[in-house]
Design a protein around this ligand. Sequence first.
Ligand SMILES: Nc1ncnc2c1ncn2[C@@H]1O[C@H](COP(=O)(O)OP(=O)(O)OP(=O)(O)O)[C@@H](O)[C@H]1O
Ligand SMILES: [Mg+2]
Length: 590
Amino acid sequence: MAHGDQMNHSGKPKEGRKTFFRLLSYLACDKSLLFVIGFLIIIGIVTSLLGSYMIRPIINDYIIPGDYNGLVRILLILGGIYLVGVVAVYIQYILLNKIGQRTVTRMRTDLFGKMEHLPIKYFDTHQHGDLMSRYTNDIDRISDALTDSLSDILSSALTLIGIFCLMLYISPILTLVVLITVPVMFLFARLIVSRSRRYFKAQQESLGNINGYIEEMISGQKVIKVFGHEEKVEADFDIQNRDLRDKSLKAQFYSGLMMPVMQNLNTLNYVIITIVGALLAIYRGFDVGGLAAFLQYSRQFGRPINELASLYNNIQAAFAGAERIFQIIDEAPEEADIPDAVELKGIKGDVEMKNVVFGYKPEKTILKGVSMHALPGCKIALVGATGAGKTTILNLLPRFFDIREGEITIDGHPINRVTRNSLRQSMAIVLQDTHLFTGTVRENIRFGRLEATDEEVMEAAKLTAAHSFIKRLPHGYDTLLENDGANLSQGQRQLLNIARAAVADPSILLLDEATSNIDTRSEILIQKGLDKLMEGRTSLIIAHRLSTIRNADLILVLEQGQIIEQGSHDELIRLKGKYFTLNQEQFNPH
Ligand SMILES: Nc1ncnc2c1ncn2[C@@H]1O[C@H](COP(=O)(O)OP(=O)(O)OP(=O)(O)O)[C@@H](O)[C@H]1O
Ligand SMILES: [Mg+2]
């Protein structure tokens, strides 16, 4: 209520209101719990207001007439009322904690669910640490605000209304006085609030940046050390750290202003009412008990306003956090499959690219009209200089990125007309940069096909020559891999990635520099395995070492996003073109 009002006058009204309702919709999932909490809040408020009101009959009916037995009785009743209030508030806090945790759990689920549906492009263009920061800092802010501030806001707002009614009942004239002083307080509150909101958002952004930076520096420690960039990195960090400090300071300053300003105004308010009330009591016969009760209320009237103001700190941070989370939830997901998308099933593996034009960014074209045709079960090799676009071609087949012009078909189906799931299931890919998850060796291989049996996992490992090194690991297949397989050599990691592709048993196999990290002797071993693996499957292989692709059915030579030569090894050698030169360079470097 009062809260929505405040947002209205902040820096970005629309967004603030939208965020507020969206947060509310997350809470609304626990309607029954909210209902109970609301009920408890009302009990808490009623008991507190009733307790304050009782000072009027206590003074007027018992203290002034001197009825001490009656006084004891009414004090006992008062105690009972307060006790009920305390219990209600206690239970209310327990339930709030629960609802807060459940809400952020839902948000985390949505955030993660969304993340899994974001296109690869998103991860290419956003700092990972900043994304992480949304799971941690931003979620924390929201949960803090929900558990601590939500009930306070509700009860503050309701208390305000309750007190107002009671004040009106006790003395309309004094209420009028309050009605003049309180808007002034509100005005000040709004002034400060509109400032601090801006700085809170800046603070969260800065925090995200710094987290992104730290994450990058942690994963890049080796490179930093080797090139001796520690000082440079520290200096950069310093700049970001200072930026965060400045923004936090500003945010804290404005929210910190709130308390003292409001308190002083509140005291002033109290003094004015006392004077007017005393005059009324002397000249108009206003009852003393009524004045005492009114003064209590006027103090309490200022308190919820103060509370709303001080809660503002938490609320601002929570709103900024929520906005950052909703930002991701609102990101465009990978485009949905077209309505009548075909399921690719039992395919033969005929892959064709027709005049494919593609660029990661609109302003830069990487592939300039690539055409090729891989017949089922063929082994196609892509060769070419660094940056020629080899990996890019592989990225297009599972639709990590969508092509700009031309067409890619699998068994005659254009890949943008089949379901992404079935498309991706029909192929396995071994990436240039390997990735292993935290888990055992077995689990990592099984990631290729979750329902593979232990025997199938071992078969795949044997086929790809990974078996012999796995056997020598301390716990064999049950060895735990951590931190992207940091306890393995690069080549071993690559072997596990190949085994993972093998266990997937796909019709189409995409290998990007799969053997580049493996010594020449093991390579011969793996080559045999790979040859077996590739039997009966359409394979696209990228290799820098030309010896590994000599037996390919078709070799495509790529230069600056175009295929400049194609044919078998012998044909291309006879052609004495680019491939011939590359071969010369690799095998007779002098
Ligand atoms: N995610 C990306 N976003 C923007 N541009 C990219 C991205 N990945 C690659 N590029 C650009 O596309 C071009 C082709 O890159 P690609 O990775 O396909 O080369 P490559 O032939 O696989 O090279 P290498 O042999 O070094 O692996 C390069 O100029 C590169 O700068
Ligand atoms: Mg590459």
